[in-house]
Design a protein around this ligand. Structure first.
Ligand code: PMV
Length: 331
């Protein structure tokens, strides 16, 4: 039996990935740039053993079934395809935050799974290869392999399927101090998964073309602003990216925003109106992520905590990429 345990954090995309290339292999149609969080952790243990009867997968203490199980087995099969006969696998994965509700648990989950599976299989892969493996399961997971500010390019239309596409670090965590205040608005799972939401958006939204044209431009400007350590421009462009993504999705009937989402958005925009440099981001779920400078974090947190529909606020800084640890599978 060989085993490895990995930790990974979610990331919040400042410029959003929304939409896949129309080919196999899970290639994004637009580039994205994210910040890896310092809190909210997935811990995953993978063990391979020739005596194991099949794969046993425990996610959050429950045996995974259906699509959730299939996505994990697909990743394990990719690893077994390279490493040879490893036998069955036992996967035990736990999050210290709600799963499947737009808190990017697929990002931290598949990043931790990819790293633990590669090492348990004895493969001597670098971070770029692990990132490519994670991307095939969840494109945002490719970014959680790295810490700090991380970019995932769009898949090149003429070189897909067999090509490796990995995320890469753009700047370390201390490059630009940012507090990400996650306003949690529900504990429930989201009704539309991101793959289905993206497919519906590209198929049905009258604004899909506008999004696909605008996203790379926003991304390039945001990258420049980040490298120039221009917090206000980074925040402003991040909010624009989130709003443009949701505008295109909403027009296809793909609505992740709830009443509480709009309340939190209103709070952030009102704070900004009063002179505070704070900006909003929203992923494929109803939570709102406020981007602020650390000195303003307490004020933003208090305002969000007083917002109707906000259950609680998690204050996350900029953190590390996926890493191996020793020890038991449960935190
Ligand atoms: O990689 P997925 O399938 O978890 O999709 C992520 C989509 C967004 O979180 C909405 C945007 C992003 O770039 O993370």
């Amino acid at each position: 039996v060989s085993e490895a345990v990995a930790l990974a954090h979610p990331n919040v995309a400042l410029s959003k990935y929304w939409g896949k290339r129309d080919v196999r292999g899970n290639f994004p149609a637009v580039p994205s740039l994210s910040v890896t969080l310092a809190t909210l952790t997935t811990r995953t243990r993978v063990r391979f053993g020739r005596s194991f009867a099949g794969d046993r997968i425990l996610l959050g203490g429950a045996t995974a079934e259906g699509t959730a199980r299939q996505r994990v087995v697909e990743l394990l099969d990719r690893v077994r395809g390279v490493a040879g006969d490893l036998g069955g696998a036992e996967v035990v994965s736990d999050n210290d935050f709600p799963t499947g509700s737009g808190l990017a648990s697929s990002a931290s989950g598949f990043a931790a799974l990819a790293l633990a599976a590669v090492r348990a299989a004895g493969l001597d892969w670098d971070a770029s290869q692990v990132s490519d493996l994670a991307r095939r399961s969840s494109a945002s997971a490719a970014r959680s392999i790295f810490g700090g500010f991380v970019e995932l390019p769009a898949g090149e239309p003429d070189a897909l399927e067999t090509t490796r596409l990995s995320a890469r670090a753009v700047a370390p965590a201390n490059h630009l101090p940012i507090s990400v205040l996650v306003a949690i608005t529900t504990e429930a799972a989201k009704p539309i998964g991101s793959t289905e939401g993206m497919r519906a958006t590209l198929e049905r939204s009258p604004f899909a073309g506008a999004w696909l044209e605008e996203a790379p431009r926003l991304h390039a400007r945001l990258r420049d602003a980040l490298l120039a350590r221009d917090f206000s421009s980074v925040g402003c462009l991040a909010e624009s990216s989130a709003l443009a993504m949701h505008a295109s999705a909403i027009a296809a009937g793909v609505i992740y925003l709830s009443g509480a989402t709009l309340e939190a958005l209103t709070t952030i925009r009102a704070l900004r109106g009063s002179g505070l440099a704070v900006y909003a981001s929203i992923d494929a779920g109803p939570h709102v992520k406020a981007l602020a400078q650390p000195a303003d974090a307490a004020r933003v947190r208090a305002a969000l905590e007083g917002t109707p529909g906000v259950l609680r606020v998690v204050d996350a800084g900029v953190g590390e990429g996926a890493r191996l640890v020793n020890g038991e599978a449960s935190p």
